[in-house]
Design a protein. Structure first.
Length: 267
């Protein structure tokens, strides 16, 4: 671990989930689990619970840039996780905001659809995400459907082929997460090696926020000094545990993951 007078300073740039299962709420929990100080720049406020997303209210671009600059100028940023963006204007704002974080590693979870099925990225924003933001990333962590959109391969390609296609867009490394495939295995590619990162599937667990937890844990591991493959392995481990320990009694829909072990504390 890095020698530092303070814990790593982690910034999430993402949407707010009023139900507390995903978005910045999940990211801050994962940062805490990793022993990091969490900060947030909210891109949108969602009106949602475990069963549905009722509304999405994007924040003005200047508010997004202002949040990032405020924490970067005063506190500093050791790594960034980027999540829900929603529209072209927000993507452009985030690209501008990232100029404030210097060479801090940035992890992108390209959120497109909520656990409930609601679309969280406007169709006309896909090209902006692909061309403006993905090339700037240290690691991109799409699931298979998201990777197909980024790679423009809607009906073909296995996880390794998708990882190569997304990597060709310019990020340093890609992790295709295994949540939408039969085997719960992540696939890592950094331009040189394809590495499978196996994990257990937990069909009785709760999965809301698993992608957020994965990418936030990966960002935290990078801040602690891990290389991208080590960070991806740590992210797979923690996200799997969080799904396994998920809070199934919270709400009537997909329960939130439990990255902090709350179930054990109250069991």
């Amino acid at each position: 671990m890095q020698a530092s007078p303070h814990p790593p300073r982690l910034l999430t740039i993402a949407g707010s989930d009023s139900g507390g299962g995903a978005g910045i709420q999940a990211d801050l929990k994962a940062f805490a689990r990793a022993g990091a100080h969490g900060m947030s720049a909210i891109t949108a406020i969602t009106v949602q619970n475990t069963t549905e997303v009722r509304a999405v209210y994007p924040l003005p671009p200047e508010a997004i840039v202002g949040q990032v600059r405020a924490v970067a100028e005063d506190i500093g940023v050791d790594a960034v996780k980027v999540g829900m963006l929603g529209n072209v204007e927000t993507i452009v704002a985030v690209v501008a905001a990232l100029e404030s974080v210097g060479d801090a590693p940035v992890v992108l979870d390209p959120v497109m659809v909520a656990e409930s099925g609601a679309r969280l990225l406007e169709p006309d924003a896909e090209e902006a995400l692909r061309e403006l933001l993905v090339p700037r990333m240290t690691v991109v962590t799409p699931n298979v459907p998201e990777a197909r959109v980024l790679a423009r391969l809607p009906d073909e390609g296995d996880a390794a082929e998708l990882a190569r296609a997304v990597h060709a867009l310019g990020p340093r490394a890609v992790v295709i997460t295994g949540g939408h495939r039969e085997e719960a295995t992540d696939v890592f590619f950094d331009g040189e090696r394809v590495v499978s990162i196996p994990g257990e599937r937990h069909p009785d667990g709760a999965s809301h926020g698993s992608g957020c937890t994965h990418s936030s844990t990966l960002a935290a591991a990078l801040a602690w000094g891990s290389d991208p493959l080590e960070a991806a392995r740590r992210a797979r481990e923690v996200a799997g545990e969080a799904v396994r320990d998920g809070l199934r009694g919270i709400g009537r829909g997909a329960g939130p993951v439990d990255v902090l072990g709350l179930e054990r504390l109250h069991g």
